[in-house]
Design a protein around this ligand. Structure first.
Ligand code: C5P
Length: 404
């Protein structure tokens, strides 16, 4: 897609370099239009190198190509990040004194802006009135977020993080054509915890990163996602928290998760069970904290099996519903990950199964993953290594290819 990134004169311009990098990595044709002020923060060579396209601020360059309107006419989307109070005012007034101004007037593509300024400037009635004007014209706001500002003070005005802007851009680009538009997804993430007593539990090391990325990838394709988050850390969950297409429901034990899946899976077109669910739970949960003084010899725990939620879902699945399981496997000599994935998919009755190797240093809590996806013909339909975001994209592609 042809994406125009407008950059205006705020210190947050340095973060926009990362946004451009992410868009180029997706394969988009990215054209950066900085204002003269923006170039005081990040220079032209940086924008050209990162976007791999020529960069100019002036309406007098490349006149033969009618550049002052050509970029806007060709754009599939325009995103302005950071958008300063000055630029927001100019946009509201329709001023066209530079290449970004003419482009914004010439385009009929969706326009997203990521405001960034000091709290006082953001809250000023003039800025708020300009923002209202732009919103009624259909311009979409991303942020600003509340947090620490450049002067050390804190409040609303901080530019949204580049990853969040990127998510919003992709959502807009894929809107209606993302393959998952209008479908309902139920995604589980994290790891369940089974209490032993009021303060202790048996748990696992799943961080929830992969499941959260699957939820985000589905939302980018236009799906409405319910994310059942089992003990997912705030810092991981925050990535999905601002996404209007994702509803987060916290759960803790396998029983909580089972109840939440049961009540919500009926309405779901796709269920992705990315959470690491306990296979056993303590037979009894002590009312009071277990104390060493009361134990005679070793402490013995009796564990009972938990219901297999995924297998139950697959058995009860309705026509047209896609059920996806996960398998976290420690490597075993002589038995490949593929064989294990195929066997597990059969045992569970899922349509697709995504397997990854885990161990002390692999899989859990890491940013990168290796995912292998098998289908119900025992075929490997994807085998991808990369960030959990990359692997989530590939898995969502495989799910969409199936449900088409
Ligand atoms: O058998 P195993 O625990 O390896 O299976 C993993 C898959 O099964 C995951 O998709 C997990 O969410 C799901 N599961 C489940 N209920 C359980 C155990 C695992 O749904 N009690």
């Amino acid at each position: 897609m042809f994406v125009v990134v407008g950059v205006t004169g705020g210190i947050a311009a340095y973060k926009t370099v990362q946004l451009v990098r992410l868009l180029v990595k997706d394969g988009h044709d990215v054209h950066v239009i900085p204002t003269d002020d923006a170039l005081r923060f990040v220079g032209q060579p940086t924008w050209e190198a990162i976007s791999r396209n020529p960069v100019t601020t002036s309406v007098h360059d490349d006149v033969a190509q009618v550049r002052h309107v050509a970029l806007g006419q060709r754009a599939d989307l325009v995103v302005v990040a950071p958008a300063t109070a000055n630029t927001i005012a100019k946009m509201a007034a329709g001023l066209a004194g530079d290449l970004l101004g003419t482009t914004l007037l010439a385009t009929t593509a969706p326009v997203l802006i990521a405001p960034a300024m000091h709290t006082e400037m953001w809250l000023h009635p003039a800025t708020q009135a300009n923002v209202d004007t732009l919103t009624t014209r259909g311009v979409r706001m991303i942020g600003p977020e509340t947090g620490e500002l450049t002067g050390g003070d804190s409040g609303p005005g901080r530019m949204a993080e580049p990853e969040r802007i990127h998510d919003a851009v992709l959502r807009e680009l894929h809107h209606g054509s993302g393959g998952a538009a209008g479908s309902a997804w139920l995604v589980t993430a994290g790891g369940t915890r089974e209490p032993l007593d009021p303060v202790r539990f048996i748990g696992n090391r799943s961080s929830g990163r992969q499941g959260v990325e699957v939820a985000l990838a589905a939302a980018r394709r236009g799906a409405d996602v319910t994310l059942l988050a089992a003990n997912v850390d705030r810092s991981v969950l925050d990535r999905a928290a601002g996404d209007p297409r994702i509803r987060i429901v916290p759960v803790s034990t396998t029983e909580d998760l089972e109840r939440a899946v049961e009540s919500r899976s009926g309405a779901a077109d796709v269920v992705v069970m990315a959470a690491a669910v306990a296979d056993y739970r303590p037979h009894e949960v002590a009312d009071e904290k277990l104390r060493k003084e009361h134990a005679e010899g070793p402490l013995r725990l009796e564990l009972v099996e938990t219901p297999d939620i995924l297998a139950g879902l697959a058995r009860r699945r309705r026509e047209g519903q896609t059920i996806v399981g996960f398998a976290a496997e420690t490597p075993v000599d002589g038995e490949s990950l593929t064989e294990r994935a195929v066997a597990k998919r059969r045992r569970k009755g899922a349509d697709l199964l995504a397997a990854n190797e885990v161990g002390w240093t692999a899989g859990f809590e890491q940013d990168d993953n290796h995912l292998l996806v098998v289908d119900d013909s025992d075929e490997v339909v994807a085998d991808v290594e990369g960030t959990k975001r990359d692997t989530a994209e590939v898995l969502v592609d495989a799910i969409l290819a199936r449900s088409r």
